[in-house]
Design a protein around this ligand. Sequence first.
Ligand SMILES: Cc1cc2nc3c(=O)[nH]c(=O)nc-3n(C[C@H](O)[C@H](O)[C@H](O)COP(=O)(O)OP(=O)(O)OC[C@H]3O[C@@H](n4cnc5c(N)ncnc54)[C@H](O)[C@@H]3O)c2cc1C
Length: 395
Amino acid sequence: MYDYIIIGGGIVGLSTAFALSSKYPQAKLAVLEKEQELAFHQTGHNSGVIHSGIYYKPGSLKASLSKQGAELLRDFCDQREIQYEMCGKVIVATKQEEIPQLNNLYDRGLQNGLNIELINNQQLNEIEPHVNGIKAVHVKDAGIVNYKEVSKELGKIIQERGGEILLNTKVEEIRTGENEVEIGCNRGTYRAQYVINCAGLHCDRIAALEGIKTDMQIVPFRGEYFELKPEKHYLVKHLIYPVPNPDFPFLGVHFTRMIDGHVHAGPNAVLSFKREGYRKSDFNFKDFTEVLAYPAFWKIARQNLGEGFKEMLRSYSKNMFVKNLQRLIPEVTGDDLVSAENGVRAQALTNEGKLVDDFLIVSNKRSLHVLNAPSPAATASISIGRAICEQIPEP
Ligand SMILES: Cc1cc2nc3c(=O)[nH]c(=O)nc-3n(C[C@H](O)[C@H](O)[C@H](O)COP(=O)(O)OP(=O)(O)OC[C@H]3O[C@@H](n4cnc5c(N)ncnc54)[C@H](O)[C@@H]3O)c2cc1C
């Protein structure tokens, strides 16, 4: 019998196990992961940005946990000698109409206590000589790291402390009794005092296995990327973002210098026909029909018809994608770009048809469920793990 079982070996599950093993060194815990390695899904397919927290509503979990989380992440990387770089980023207004929203972001960043500066196009050109912009916010507290590497290091520490990481172990059933939770997997049954659901793209299904009514469903959005050919890397010095659409939960196509030296361009955001579908052709009947049968999806689809249509066009037309990128860097051409690995985001949608903006964590007598942990959850992961730990009974 375990004190704690954590479902999901992504960065949120691992950070939770890490926090529990720090707070309760005697606790017996296990992380159950269905894949053959850790960080196989969202955590291993993200942009690798250490977000500053500028976008998030002051007072929200995203704002507080990302700021604190970024600091904890940097400390962790320093201690474990994991490479990261606080290269900073620019959020660029390319048209006059974007200035009010840029100013709003700047105010929000100040309210969130960030080290930011409003800069004109001359100052912008000193930081990013190839970017076309009229005004920008320079965010110094943004950086890059490899979250897969961070996850593997968390896993190593959890095991050194006596925790178990059980790979190829898929949770299929959950039965909650008076004194324990029984978790049925493809490789046998495990029992625990308490279970923590960090299953990312499948978190709603894990909650449903336990009979929890969540009033939400995960909708998978694929983010498709290109990368700059090495001879064009000079076009991007740091991280370059557009002013985001405030009605949309994604940040718009941007340029990201990765810690391994590659430069990614993207992503767009299209409905994925499979929860873990990284290619356009990926299709899963259950995943697809579940989305189509969810009335809230149609509500949100109607409300965002224009924006959704643009994203779809960008998915099928490289030209459209390039045109979007050229708003930021006019010199970029289609020939400079090759396809890169895609990612799929788990975005919670409520039964009322609202995209859940903040992190969403609900707890019960013997279970806790992380039901919305989109970006910047990788940045915030260590502080999310600590926050979860605070909500869980002692072993
Ligand atoms: C394209 C993209 C770009 C992003 N960029 C950034 C960024 O730059 N910075 C940032 O901070 N955040 C970013 N994010 C967000 C960040 O990657 C996620 O918020 C974070 O990785 C979520 O971690 P997680 O552990 O909740 O989910 P995951 O990493 O998806 O882990 C969940 C795990 O649960 C396992 N699982 C699911 N079902 C079961 C089951 N039945 N039994 C056992 N195991 C199961 C899965 O196999 C998976 O390994 C990005 C996300 C995407 C998709």
